[in-house]
Design a protein around this ligand. Structure first.
Ligand SMILES: Nc1ncnc2c1ncn2[C@@H]1O[C@H](COP(=O)(O)OP(=O)(O)OP(=O)(O)O)[C@@H](O)[C@H]1O
Ligand SMILES: [Mg+2]
Length: 477
């Protein structure tokens, strides 16, 4: 319910009490007052969403009060209540910012109609405020790709979009999980309702609860005003919980309740708020492993994992590499106002043979940089791609075109005699394994069957210790 607190400003006690009662029956929080002074006192103490306002009042004119309300920072909607004699002034009030007016006496149905309108308006304003802070164009791109793997993803999107089921999207960083979530939303029957995203990894831990569920005025230091949480904003629509593995056990427990009961309380609040929200979550960690390690609640995992989806890494759908690269090249030509004369064969080769530990995001960045570095009208060359460091190495493909670290360049030079030293082979094998593990040394060591310390020593020995953009420190251990 976007509207919660209402003031009824009416000096006729009978009319006032009756309206108050009708609003309370509809579960609103109502303050009744018979004078402008009383109403002002309420407004100074608390935030209200809506005021029913009489025109003639003992200490002044309702129309004057309306004008004052318009100057408040969190201005409530005002509905003027008027008898036959004052219709004209009520209409004039619309010009001064009244939301609507009602003729006295009014029926319960008329109250319903006007409340519905006010609720919808308030929800729109709130969602709009949120969207204009948060959204960039980048996220509205369609999901491209022609690999069988992407076709499967698209098929699954179509199927789940029609349902209300909770979806958990797994995949490495940069594979397009957010894009998949947005595609589900776009194809769902809720696509006219809000799509609200929370990046759980970006919100500081002590604020995430209030970000999810909102807070009441004064519930903690800094909570100057009451605030709706993202679940409330998403009411009727879809919420995307990005990087869900990052939330604390305390918030996990509260999230479980929302998923089970579809209800919540704001931080510092006691009122239970019902929400109707479709939930999509993403993770680039293996949540099952987090459950085993007792970092993530199993019951919550089951609730989220109703429909699991996997977005495969780019290296496992190589058909998409050149296809996406061409699309991105044209996109960046337009963005930067340059014209590139296609791609050289060596450039295509380098793109296809790269391991893409950063997935589509990396491909996108490489193409943007390439288009910028390439002179107007010139062909895009492999040198424009700027591959370097362990994550960018393509080992012994025989093209001789690929950029590589000094260490492995010497190995391809040795190739003249057709013999690669054992040391070089080991080194290349380590590099490839690191690439496969997206630079994560803990995983790479496990795959190689050596200890992390041995791996570190070998990297030092080969002068690879600090190289590689994709390096992930052992924090994940
Ligand atoms: N199939 C695709 N077609 C077009 N663009 C894509 C595709 N997949 C990813 N992208 C683009 O790559 C970038 C990364 O995608 P996205 O943010 O959806 O990845 P992610 O899996 O959510 O990554 P992270 O785990 O790091 O949040 C975005 O700019 C997105 O537009
Ligand atoms: Mg993401």
């Amino acid at each position: 319910m976007p509207i919660e607190k209402i003031i009824v400003l009416e000096d006729d006690a009978l009319v006032r009490k009756s309206l108050e009662q009708q609003l309370r029956n509809r579960r609103y929080d109502v303050a009744g007052c018979g004078s402008i002074a009383d109403a002002q006192e309420y407004l100074n103490k608390d935030n209200f969403d809506l005021i029913f306002c009489d025109v003639r009042l003992p200490d002044g004119d309702g129309t004057e009060f309306l004008k004052q309300v318009q100057t408040r920072p969190s201005k409530p909607l005002v509905i003027m209540m008027t008898g036959y004699g004052t219709v004209e002034s009520a209409v004039a009030c619309m010009k001064d910012g009244a939301f609507d007016y009602m003729l006295k006496p009014f029926s319960g149905e008329q109250i319903d109609v006007i409340l519905k309108k006010a609720e919808e308006f308030t929800q729109l304003v709130k969602v709009n405020k949120f969207l204009t802070q948060d959204e960039g164009d980048e996220n509205h791109y369609e999901l491209l790709g022609r690999s069988p793997a992407m076709d499967q993803v698209r098929q699954l999107i179509r199927k789940v979009a029609r349902t209300q089921a909770t979806v958990l999207i797994h995949g490495e960083s940069g594979t397009g999980k957010e894009l998949v979530a947005r595609a589900i939303y776009r194809e769902s029957p809720r696509n006219n309702a809000p799509f609200i995203r929370v990046n759980c990894a970006a919100v500081p831990e002590n604020l995430i609860e209030s970000e999810f569920f909102g807070h009441e005025k004064g519930s903690f230091t800094g909570a100057v005003n009451k605030r709706e949480g993202r679940f409330e904003l998403a009411h009727g629509g879809t919420i995307l919980l990005d990087e869900i593995s990052e939330i604390s056990p305390q918030v996990q427990a509260k999230l479980l309740r929302v998923l089970q009961e579809r209800e919540l309380e704001r931080v510092g609040g006691s009122r239970t708020i019902k929400v109707d929200v479709r939930v999509i979550a993403t993770t680039n960690r293996d949540l099952e492993q987090s459950v085993e390690k007792k970092e993530f609640r199993q019951d919550l995992y089951f609730r989220l994992n109703v429909v699991p989806m996997l977005v495969p890494p780019l290296r496992e759908r190589r058909e998409d590499i050149l296809f996406l690269a061409e699309k991105f090249m044209h996109r960046f030509e337009r963005k930067h106002g340059v014209k590139v004369g296609g791609m050289s064969a060596a450039c295509r080769n380098a793109l296809e043979n790269h391991s893409w530990p950063g997935n589509v995001r990396e491909l996108q960045n490489v193409l943007e940089r390439g288009v910028i570095l390439c002179a107007d009208g010139e062909q895009l060359q492999s040198a424009h791609l700027g591959f370097s460091g362990a994550s960018g190495i393509i080992v012994a493909q025989g093209t001789g075109n690929t950029a590589s670290t000094g260490a492995s360049a010497s190995s391809s030079a040795d190739g003249a005699e057709g013999v690669i030293s054992l040391g070089d082979m080991e080194k290349n094998h380590i590099i490839q394994t690191l690439e496969k593990c997206a630079g994560n040394r803990t995983h790479a060591a496990r795959k190689l069957g050596i200890s992390i310390r041995t791996l570190r020593n070998k990297l030092n020995e080969y002068g690879l210790a600090t190289k590689g953009e994709g390096d992930v420190e052992e924090a994940a251990e």
